[in-house]
Design a protein around this ligand. Structure first.
Ligand SMILES: [Fe+2]
Length: 334
């Protein structure tokens, strides 16, 4: 079986017009709009659907603020979808909508869906990078861009009261792969049919700086390179969208885990929206790792968060092919 990544995320919001304008300004392609919902997509065909809170088509909340109400995972074939559904229906209710999408609840209570997805290939051509003694762009300037245009949905992020338990469901029932474990902070998992470092990340909800309950954090959209990330950041700023969390998220930064460059924006749809570039891409030859979370979180940051100092990093990373580092962090009966 192969789950190809996020086919669609469905938001429940308070202000449909404002939240739709955010996604349009962010660079998503608008597909349709009426009084009840807005629909956007990116080049890969991943979609963002925005509905007003109270819309009866939304699944029940499993956390108490706005954000993704349902994540629809895209499956490569009808045969594989039915295989997944048959297994899941053994121990939970699975409903089907008219288009064949299966709807169910993960073990942690999160509403999710599965549907056959014709994921479109995305071609990128980032500029070559020059360095002293390594000239890869001779007599050639970098690309000039008009605006940022997200190509993919790379990952979704949720707070979990039991992040190991949340991962267990995806690992054992949906075939997700362990990508990396940030010890005590959370676990990164990759859908088996995609190469982005992670398709979903669960953050420990019980840290001093996390909300002590299940919830939504952010969605990351893949861009071509750092130029496109920062053009997007600049253009969103010019349109009045802010990044209030700059002091905790770091502004423009690069993670050590996943290597990704990122920039968060506060999102009226809930949580944050992330411009994301130059992440690690993995396949099943990847060996998962266990990290000290402070060491793994950042390689550098524009606005250095309080927890991150370059002079006191705990250089702690070990290979963990079987995920044994998860066991001390497993909770039960939460
Ligand atoms: Fe992210």
């Amino acid at each position: 079986m192969a789950i190809l990544g996020v086919a669609e995320i469905i938001f429940g919001v308070d202000d449909l017009a404002l939240c739709s304008r955010f996604w349009s300004d962010f660079g998503l392609v608008p597909l349709s709009r009426d009084d009840s919902e807005s629909l956007f997509e990116v080049a890969s065909g991943s979609r963002v659907r925005v509905r007003s809170n109270g819309d009866s088509r939304l699944p029940p909340r499993y956390y108490d603020w706005n954000g993704i109400r349902e994540t629809i995972w895209g499956v490569d074939t009808a045969e594989n979808l039915e295989h997944l559904v048959a297994d899941l229906a053994r121990d939970r209710k699975v409903t089907r909508s008219d288009d064949g999408t299966a709807h169910l609840f993960a073990d942690d209570g999160q509403p999710i869906g599965l549907r056959v997805w014709n994921k479109r290939p995305v071609l990128s051509q980032p500029d070559a990078v020059n360095a002293p003694g390594c000239i890869q762009r001779l007599n050639q300037h970098r690309k000039w861009r008009r605006r940022a245009a997200p190509k993919t949905i790379n990952h979704v992020v949720f707070f979990s009261k039991d992040y190991v338990g949340s991962f267990d469901f995806y690992r054992h029932r949906l075939g997700f792969r362990l990508a990396d474990h940030s010890k005590g902070l959370g676990v990164f998992a990759r859908a088996d049919g995609t190469n982005e470092h992670h398709s979903i990340f669960w953050v420990n909800a019980d840290l001093p700086f996390t909300p002590q309950k299940n919830g939504y954090m952010h969605t990351a959209f893949g861009l071509e390179d750092i130029d496109e990330v920062m053009l997007g950041a600049n253009q969103m700023s010019e349109k009045g969208w802010v990044n209030e969390s700059v002091n905790s998220s770091g502004g423009l930064s690069r993670h050590r885990i996943s290597s990704a460059i990122y920039y968060y924006l506060d999102n009226p749809n809930g949580g944050e929206a992330e411009y994301h570039a130059d992440t690690d891409y993995l396949d099943d030859n990847w060996v998962p790792r266990a990290w000290d979370w402070k060491f793994g979180s950042l390689l550098w940051a524009h606005k250095v968060p309080a927890f991150f100092r370059t002079d006191n990093d705990n250089w702690d990373m070990t290979f963990d092919p079987e995920g044994k580092s998860l066991e001390p962090f497993r909770k039960r009966n939460v």
